[in-house]
Design a protein around this ligand. Structure first.
Ligand code: CO
Length: 134
């Protein structure tokens, strides 16, 4: 079902500091901040040769990552994203096998304009997993 690791998302308390750290300390290729109001996040992409790191910071009061930052004041790994060929087939297989999909089970449009779903972390060893159709 899963293919490449698309990205690892890290919630950070200070997006500018985090972006500058990846740029100046690690010498990484770092994007400008992109605000995604519909997702309640501002994100910076760190483009690595084999994958991406998404630095996430809450945007707005209802941000889904605000609680995470409240519990992890210095930041932390939030989710990992694997690529799949067909999001609907993947979803139906997982649901059929008894796994939990977060939300209403319908794919939403993720940070890259592609359909995504999130899998319940308790079903996958404490890791929030995003599947993205490529
Ligand atoms: Co993601």
């Amino acid at each position: 079902m899963i293919g490449k690791l698309n990205h690892i998302a890290i919630v950070v308390p200070d997006l500018t500091l985090a972006a500058n750290t990846y740029k100046s300390v690690f010498g990484a290729n770092v994007s400008d901040p992109v605000s995604l109001p519909e997702h309640g996040v501002t994100t910076v992409f760190v483009n690595l040769p084999n994958t991406k790191i998404e630095l996430l910071h809450p945007l707005g009061d209802g941000s889904p990552i605000k609680k995470f930052l409240d519990r992890n004041a210095s930041g932390g790994i939030h989710h990992i994203c694997y690529e799949v060929q067909n999001i609907i087939k993947s979803r139906d297989k997982l649901l059929g096998d008894g796994y939990r999909i977060l939300g209403d089970h319908e794919p939403s449009v993720g940070a890259h304009g592609k359909p995504v779903i999130f899998l319940h972390p308790k079903d996958f060893f404490g890791t929030l997993i995003e599947l993205e159709e490529i």
